[in-house]
Structure formats: structure tokens, C-alpha cells
Design a protein around this ligand. Structure first.
Ligand code: BT5
Length: 255
């Protein structure tokens, strides 16, 4: 599967929410919440959305400066040391203006890179924002019933050490600088505005392609093989050229 869309039953960890200091404001058409700390904004967003009025169609944004159990795709972890970075989940209660949903991580990538507004940044398929080859931001998409949850972690002020072996091995991390709360709000606003407009596959392919670094070789996570990106396919798969010729990749195989 291109994205990690996992169906989960709601479990209400309201104790977790009440232990944190929630600051609630309205940020344009986004229902914005700030938590001092939380295990994962993905779970907090699920709890807070479940507790919200079901007639409220606004996207719900839950952000924090510190996660104790942040997650990436396929059970991998997303780490932060609580020093100036940001973790954000934007929950869309019902419909999003894009099909197929496999394109969503790519659209989120363009919204994130535009919000970060730094010409040194580029996108790496399927879900990373890079600075000089280092990973600045990661994107995770999950679903729960009708709702879709988009998680974004951005290294703003500090850079975690990423393991070079084991299941959590990855490329080195990098940071982008700036104000973490302002960055989170800008991303949430961007996603909120996007969710109220119209979108289609060709727009996503064009926008994403314009922000990607097509010169950089990619290393396949499972085999270590190096391939060159060629182009995006309309469903979000990436066509690549390797030693054995061209083929299309699905997500979660790349470092
Ligand atoms: C991702 O997964 O890149 C998606 C990360 C999504 C994190 C957000 S934070 C808000 C929301 N709440 C959550 O609990 N999660 C979301 P993936 O492509 O699987 O990358 C994970 C891999 O990136 C790890 O295995 C490490 O190699 C590396 N990594 C972990 N933390 C990192 C960091 N802070 N910066 C750069 N790389 C990191």
C-alpha cells in the first residue's frame, strides 16, 4: 500500500488529555488545540475528535512541542527531545477533496514545504521533506472510521540522532529553524484551506513534481539498491530506473 492507512478502534485515553494543558483557539476554519506534551498527537487527535460535536465539520489540529511515543510508518518511531520541534496532527472528520487517497501524503508534502517557505527544501517520495539530504519533516496518514488523520513531524530547532542500523535506521535528520508554533499553525492553516477547495490527481502530480529533487538517487530500504526517480504515476506510485530497468515503486521501501 502506498500509505499507512490503519483502521483502529477508538480508545479514549481521556486521562492523557486531562494531564496535558490544552489551549484551544480557533485558527481560521481550523479547530486548533495545543498540548504541552502527549504520547502521540495521532492518538490525541482521535480522542479529541471523538469527544467533539459530530456536527462540527472543521478540521481539528492538535499540536505539541513534545511527544513521548511519536510514531512513523509501519511501526517505526518518530523522535523528538522536546526542544523546540513540533508534532502536529490534522484530522479531517469526513471528506477530503482528493481521490485516490493514495495521493494524500504527496499533497500534504506540498502543503508542508510551502508552509516552511524555505527554498533549500525539497520533497523525497513518498513522505519526506529534505534539507541537503537530511530529513527535516515526516508525514504519516492514518484513518479511523470516516476520519482521516494527517500527522506531521518537523525538526525546527533540534536534530535527533537517527539510528544507522535496526528497524529504525534512516537517513540523518536535519532542522529547518523558525518558530515551532507558528510553523504548526501555518501547516494547519494550509491543510485547512486545502480541505475546503478542489483538488485532483494531475494538480498533485504537477505540484509535487515541481518541489521534488529529481537528481538524487534513492536507496531502497529492503535491499539497499540505488535507483533514480523518473516520474510520478497518477496514483502516486514512483517510476524509477534501477540496474534491472524501470519499474514502479509503492511506498515504505525507501530510506
Ligand atoms: C515518517 O515515518 O516520517 C512519519 C513521521 C510522522 C511523525 C508525526 S509527528 C505528529 C504525528 N504524531 C505521531 O506520532 N506521528 C506523526 P517514516 O517514513 O516511517 O520515518 C520514520 C523514520 O524516520 C525512523 O525510523 C527514523 O529512521 C527516522 N526519524 C525518526 N525521528 C526522526 C526525526 N525527528 N527527524 C528525522 N528522522 C527521524
Amino acid at each position: 500500500m502506498l500509505i499507512s492507512l490503519m483502521r483502529r478502534t477508538h480508545t479514549l485515553f481521556l486521562a492523557t488529555i486531562t494531564q496535558t494543558r490544552a489551549m484551544t483557539t480557533t485558527c481560521r476554519n481550523v479547530d486548533w488545540r495545543w498540548l504541552e506534551t502527549t504520547p502521540s498527537t495521532m492518538d490525541s487527535a482521535k480522542e479529541l475528535l471523538a469527544a467533539r460535536d459530530t456536527n462540527d465539520a472543521r478540521p481539528l489540529a492538535v499540536a505539541t512541542a513534545h511527544q513521548t511515543k511519536g510514531r512513523g510508518t509501519r511501526g517505526r518511531s518518530w523522535t523528538d527531545d522536546g526542544r523546540g520541534n513540533v508534532a502536529l496532527t490534522v484530522a479531517f472528520p469526513s471528506e477530503i477533496p482528493l481521490t485516490p487517497v493514495t495521493l494524500l501524503p504527496l499533497r500534504v508534502g506540498t502543503v508542508v514545504i510551502d508552509a516552511l517557505n524555505d527554498s533549500r527544501l525539497s520533497l523525497k517520495w513518498p513522505n519526506d521533506v529534505l534539507l541537503d539530504g537530511g530529513k527535516v519533516a515526516g508525514i504519516l496518514v492514518e484513518s479511523d472510521g470516516e476520519a482521516i488523520f494527517v500527522g506531521i513531524g518537523v525538526n525546527v530547532a533540534s536534530v535527533p540522532t537517527v539510528p544507522s542500523s535496526g528497524s529504525d535506521r534512516g537517513r540523518r535528520a536535519a532542522k529547518v529553524g523558525g518558530d515551532a508554533v507558528a510553523i504548526a499553525r501555518s501547516i494547519a492553516d494550509g491543510l485547512g484551506a486545502w480541505s475546503q477547495g478542489r483538488d485532483d490527481a494531475m494538480n498533485v502530480i504537477t505540484d509535487w513534481s515541481a518541489r521534488a529533487d529529481w537528481t538524487a538517487e534513492l536507496e531502497l530500504r529492503e535491499t539497499g539498491e540505488r535507483v533514480k526517480p523518473v516520474r510520478l504515476l497518477p496514483d502516486g506510485r514512483l517510476r524509477v530506473r534501477g540496474a534491472a530497468g524501470e519499474r514502479a515503486l509503492v511506498a515504505d521501501y525507501l530510506l
